[in-house]
Design a protein around this ligand. Structure first.
Ligand code: NAD
Ligand code: WQD
Length: 338
């Protein structure tokens, strides 16, 4: 079964392509490489012995999409392609709206023309409003996003819900990811952010490899057990497997359904530092810094619906998340550039 994977050369996309190949499916990738390298796909091919047809280009290029749907009989689409840097989205909001919403709209138009009406969308825990009780259920309040990136995910969900409402043949699965970390255990594929990492785990691994001299812990006076922010970190391969489970659901249902992909377990920033140290034996120097604007004290999922309906749950431990993040970072200190 052929699955079109937009943004498939990226961090989550490359791990999902590997998992699709291992599940006997055939991923086909479109990616404009604005935040990735085609080397990730070459490495997935080497790890699995599979082949991934790759179309370099923009998802907003409808002629290119038309060509892909003509050349392949595609059963469904996983739509990862998008810009994702929260801070950058505040600086260049129009670029974010244009790219993230434009890609989703073009993709749905072309899918509809070719009669392929099954899509999985990469949404985010960031669509939940900040005033919810924890853990977050799929029915928790959404909206009130604190940055344009978050709004593109919120609006992307709405575009897909409305599309499914307009035509009962559509099947839409909205997956709200919590905090993906880790890498394939081989250390051959992983996450390599451009510039100074925004996210905690890449900052920790870059500190461990000597690229940063210390970690700034953004706030130690939150109402959490140790005062630092609590999040739901999930191994990227568990997340990838969630997509395989979602494909099975997608192809046997119509309408729109939303699922959290998280572990249900919250860990603080200092828990992460200690877990990384325990897993690797490397000390991470850190300093307490002011809170980061827009951060919530605590955010973690209720994953019960995914477990009950998709039959999926996260399996990797925090130790494995740390070990695999480090294994990737130390083998590839400069990402795919060697
Ligand atoms: P990533 O940047 O590694 O992957 C996104 C890929 O999309 C990149 O390879 C990029 O080159 C490509 N891309 C972007 N715009 C494109 C366009 N117009 N046409 C073609 N390709 C395009 O990011 P990721 O961490 O793998 O995230 C994948 C998806 O999951 C994104 O939509 C992101 O918003 C979402 N998400 C990520 C996280 C996270 O913490 N990583 C959390 C929640 C949701
Ligand atoms: C985690 C915790 C920080 C860096 C972001 C996006 C969200 C989603 C995932 C895409 C927080 C603290 C971090 C550092 C720190 N992405 N921290 N020092 O903020 O939960 O979510 O990524 O959808 O939309 O907002 O993840 O990894 O940035 O932060 O103390 O150098 O680590 O304050 O408590 P976050 P994160």
């Amino acid at each position: 079964m052929k699955v079109l994977v937009t943004g498939g050369a990226g961090y989550i996309g490359s791990h999902t392509c590997l998992t699709l190949l291992e599940a006997g499916m055939e991923p086909i990738v479109i990616d404009n490489l604005c935040n990735s390298s085609a080397e990730s796909l070459a490495r997935v091919e080497a790890l699995t012995g599979g082949k991934i047809p790759f179309y370099p280009g923009d998802v907003r290029d409808e002629a290119l999409l038309d060509r892909i749907f003509t050349e392949h009989t595609i059963s469904c689409v996983i739509h990862f392609a998008g810009l994702k840097a929260v801070g950058e989205s505040v600086q260049i909001p129009l670029t974010y709206y244009e790219n993230n919403l434009g890609a989703t709209i073009s993709l749905c138009k072309v899918m509809s023309r070719h009669g392929v009406k099954a899509i999985i969308f990469s949404s985010s825990a960031t669509v939940y409003s900040g005033d919810n009780e924890m853990p977050l259920k799929e029915t928790s309040r959404t909206g009130g996003c604190t940055n344009p990136y978050g709004w593109t995910k919120y609006m992307g969900e709405q575009i897909l819900r409305d599309t499914a409402k307009s035509d009962p043949a559509w099947s839409v699965v909205l997956l709200r990811y919590f905090n993906p970390v880790g890498a394939h255990e081989s250390g051959r594929i992983g996450e390599h952010p451009n510039g100074i990492p925004n996210n905690l785990m890449p900052f920790i691994t870059q500190t461990a490899v000597g690229k940063r001299d210390h970690l700034n812990v953004f706030g130690d006076d939150y109402p959490t057990p140790d005062g630092t922010g609590v999040r739901d970190y999930i191994h990227v391969l568990d997340l990838a497997k969630g997509h395989v489970a979602a494909i099975r659901y997608l192809l046997s249902h119509t309408g729109t359904e939303v699922f959290n992909l998280g572990t249900g377990q919250g860990y603080s920033v200092l828990d992460m530092v200690h877990a990384f140290q325990d897993a690797t034996g490397i000390t991470i120097p850190y300093e307490i810094a002011p809170r980061r604007p827009g951060d919530l004290p605590t955010c973690y999922a209720d994953p019960a619906k995914s477990r009950e309906v998709l039959g999926w749950q996260a399996e990797h431990s925090l130790k494995e998340m740390c070990r695999d993040s480090w294994n990737w970072q130390k083998q590839n200190p400069n990402g795919y550039e060697g």
